[in-house]
Design a protein. Sequence first.
Length: 165
Amino acid sequence: MKLRKGFSLLELMIVIAIAALLITICSVNSRFLRSSVVQTQLDLFITTCTYLAQTAIATKTPQTLFLESADHSYSFHNQKHLLPKGMQFGILNAVKGPPASPTHSVHAPITFANNTITFWPDGIISSGTVYFLDTSTQALYAISSGVGHVSFLRKYRYNGAWHLI
């Protein structure tokens, strides 16, 4: 009986199919992980704002969140938080804002005056929007506070149009 050296076509096809399946599973998991990181960062930003708003009410003193677009960070009470790699304050071309009423082209990733969000003891939050860009997927998100007698933050995602999330 003569022994053959090498692999049969069937064996190669099975190996290629298994490799393709593993690559697909890893790709889906990495996209899910990236999306989870972005959502967690947005929630952390909103939680920080909620903390500062409650602190302003409890201490009866204004609280300020400083936004630094140059190094993609924000700070309060001598604590600085850097956005993770692949996420930054940013905008996409031809996007209109603010998200609740998109009528004007957005030219800056931070529209709060002096790149600061002020939380007042009466519960009012200064008005403006912060735009977050996920550079790996080019997904755009916004955290916005409108002008009004009652202040609250809204979270949006841009998919050709703004959607409240």
